[in-house]
Design a binder for this molecule. Structure first.
Ligand SMILES: CC(C)(COP(=O)(O)OP(=O)(O)OC[C@H]1O[C@@H](n2cnc3c(N)ncnc32)[C@H](O)[C@@H]1OP(=O)(O)O)[C@@H](O)C(=O)NCCC(=O)NCCS
Length: 330
């Protein structure tokens, strides 16, 4: 949908755990190998948090870096949105814990649950708030500690996911031509069980039985998700550009959710996007779920892959199933 939301990104930051897990590390205990993983997914390594580090630590580090980059202090923030499916605790929200960890005032803070699409959904909500004036400076964070919810004995999922956080600070832009020009968010709950965690919620609370049966881990129908993702990513980019009458060659950069290199390449090739127009970092981090697009945005900004005036496109899909895109003029 074509919109006009003049906002600017004034700070970005990211954090990943120190521990690097390579494809070789899986070979000893799973029936898999480096060649298969690289060929089928593009992933070479990912970061997994040590036991004392969870989503709050990663989110705090990323947020502090984003605030520093923005030249702001915690007091300047009056809205915090954390996109995550792996909160520090089930209750309260990670955003409230983050507010305290950063030393912010009693600003509004909430978590947003839309899996791998979460950061793009949250970015839109942060932008809406600063645009409407219900917040001046919004801190939007994408964080997931996926290593805590994947089954280490399931080769279909264990190799795919990593842990990370990234944060952005958004405020109103003076130039009405800047900010979000188009946005599309959607969901298909009819396909909820293509990626889900069977137990731990109200449907089946945690018990000895659910742990014994490994029902607290992510279950995924990889092929189904793959087919959905390739088509969805391509049509989402196409339709978002169509909303404003733009063509792929006018984009400086697409920052796609990093779920599988083949998904990204296939969608982007069909749209005629050139290699330098697409941000790829899946080889180093794997799929970091809610952090994925946020990490891409931070790395692209930090390495100068876009400048003021450029058009960039954020695009994501994930469990739910959900999807989201945002066309931004920097
Ligand atoms: C998971 C995924 C990499 C599997 O790749 P694929 O090419 O679709 O492979 P398939 O699922 O068809 O399985 C092919 C074979 O590889 C096997 N396989 C699965 N994971 C494996 C692994 N890590 N190592 C070796 N073999 C593996 C399967 O068991 C299957 O074996 P079979 O033919 O004997 O039954 C791919 O489906 C994918 O990326 N899906 C999307 C996942 C995603 O994006 N999830 C998050 C959404 S936000």
């Amino acid at each position: 949908m074509k919109i006009s939301m003049p906002v600017e990104i004034v700070g970005t930051g990211m954090a990943v755990p120190e521990r690097v897990v390579t494809n070789k590390d899986f070979e000893a205990r799973l029936d898999t190998n480096d060649e298969w993983i690289v060929k089928r997914t593009g992933i070479r390594e990912r970061r997994w948090a040590s036991p004392e580090i969870g989503s709050l630590t990663l989110a705090t580090q990323a947020s502090q870096r984003a605030l520093e980059h923005a030249g702001m202090t915690a007091d300047d923030i009056d809205l915090i949105i954390v996109a995550t499916i792996t909160p520090e605790h089930t209750l309260p929200t990670t955003s409230c814990e983050l507010q305290a960890a950063l030393g912010c005032n009693w600003c509004q803070a909430y978590d947003l649950v839309a899996a791998c699409s979460g950061f793009v959904y949250a970015f839109g909500q942060g932008a809406q708030n600063v645009h409407l004036g219900t917040a001046k400076n919004a801190l939007v964070v994408g964080v997931d500690t996926m290593s805590r919810i994947i089954d280490p004995e399931d080769r279909g999922t264990a190799i795919l996911f990593g842990d990370a956080a990234a944060a952005v600070v958004i405020r109103k832009a003076q130039d009405p031509e800047r900010g979000i020009l188009a946005m599309r968010c959607g969901a298909d709950g009819g396909r909820a069980k293509t990626i889900y965690i069977p137990a731990g919620g109200t449907a089946e609370p945690a018990s000895q039985k659910t742990v014994d049966e490994r029902l607290h881990y992510v279950r995924m129908q990889g092929r189904e998700v793959y087919k959905f993702a390739v088509t969805q990513m391509q049509s989402l980019i196409h339709e978002t550009l169509e909303d404003v009458g733009m063509t792929p060659d006018q984009l400086k950069l697409v920052i796609p959710h990093q779920s599988n290199l083949r998904i990204i390449e296939s969608a982007c090739e069909k749209l005629g996007l050139r290699e330098e127009q697409v941000l790829i970092n899946i080889d180093r981090y794997g799929n970091t779920s809610g952090a994925s697009v946020a990490v891409g945005l931070h790395e692209a900004r930090a390495s100068g892959r876009f400048q003021q005036g450029d058009h960039i496109l954020l695009v994501a899909f994930g469990a739910g199933l959900t999807w989201a895109s945002a066309l931004i003029r920097i």
